[in-house]
Design a protein around this ligand. Structure first.
Ligand SMILES: [Zn+2]
Length: 246
């Protein structure tokens, strides 16, 4: 038997039986894992008790390669986020983060910077009043870490620099940004110079720094469309938004 000890964030939870839960975690060392928490609903304690959504935890599990459903042997919450239970906007924002983390990753594919990004984003969302910019930064940075963010500096077709260009368009087929000349008359999603600059800044700044940026709503909407376009390419289908996300 092989015991794995790691830090984890609870992305999704469901009932397995009256007393047990199945939980999907994103872990620091093993990427996304699904595990059975036997008896978790019977114990009202911080250690080995019910696992809450978004909880930052330390877990020990036994790998079950045959089924892919691992067995939790120890788990303890290191931090949970009461702010998400008190404020519906923050709750939906946190749901969007864990949904993206769940859908964009494969089980067992570890990515430590992505783990840090998920955790920092949840921490930030629990504190900030400006959830919108934190979400846009999370989307862009997660896409970048997973290799799904197109280059934002130059045209994917001719290499023209976007600095000083009157904007660009996102081409899902080309998986990148095109200058207006290369895009021609095709009806593609247009991005203003301000949105390109904001995307480049948010994709490469720390979560705390991003939080200080105030995005005009129009620019935020452009960035959201860019991220949703990239997510659709990555998943090969549109993201099913289950909750109201700014
Ligand atoms: Zn071009």
């Amino acid at each position: 038997m092989y015991f794995c000890k790691t830090q984890a964030v609870a992305l999704k939870k469901g009932d397995y039986s009256n007393s047990s839960q199945i939980v999907a975690f994103y872990t620091r060392d093993y990427g996304k894992v699904r595990a059975l928490a036997k008896g978790s609903k019977r114990i009202e304690k911080k250690s080995r008790g019910p696992v809450d959504l978004f909880s930052y935890m330390e877990i020990i599990f036994i790998q079950k390669e045959s089924t892919g459903l691992h067995l939790l042997t120890e788990w303890e919450s290191l931090r949970d986020f009461p702010a998400f239970r008190k404020d519906v906007e923050r709750f939906y924002a946190a749901c969007h983060v864990v949904q993206l983390a769940c859908e964009l990753t494969e089980e067992g594919d570890s990515n430590e910077p992505l783990f840090d990004l998920i955790l920092e984003t949840l921490q930030r969302l629990s504190l900030t009043r400006y959830t919108e910019v934190v979400l846009r930064a999370f989307e862009l940075q997660a896409l970048k870490l997973l290799g799904y963010l197109p280059q934002l500096e130059e045209c994917v077709n001719c290499g023209a620099d976007f600095l000083g260009d009157p904007g660009a368009v996102f081409s899902p087929v080309g998986n990148g940004l095109l200058c207006k000349r290369c895009a021609g008359e095709k009806a593609l999603q247009s991005l203003s110079p301000g949105a390109i600059r904001a995307a480049a800044f948010l994709a490469s700044s720390s979560t705390t720094t991003c939080d200080r940026l105030r995005l005009p709503h129009r620019v935020s909407e452009e960035l959201k469309s860019l991220s949703l376009g990239c997510i659709m390419l990555a998943l090969n289908k549109p993201l099913e938004i289950r909750t109201s996300v700014k």
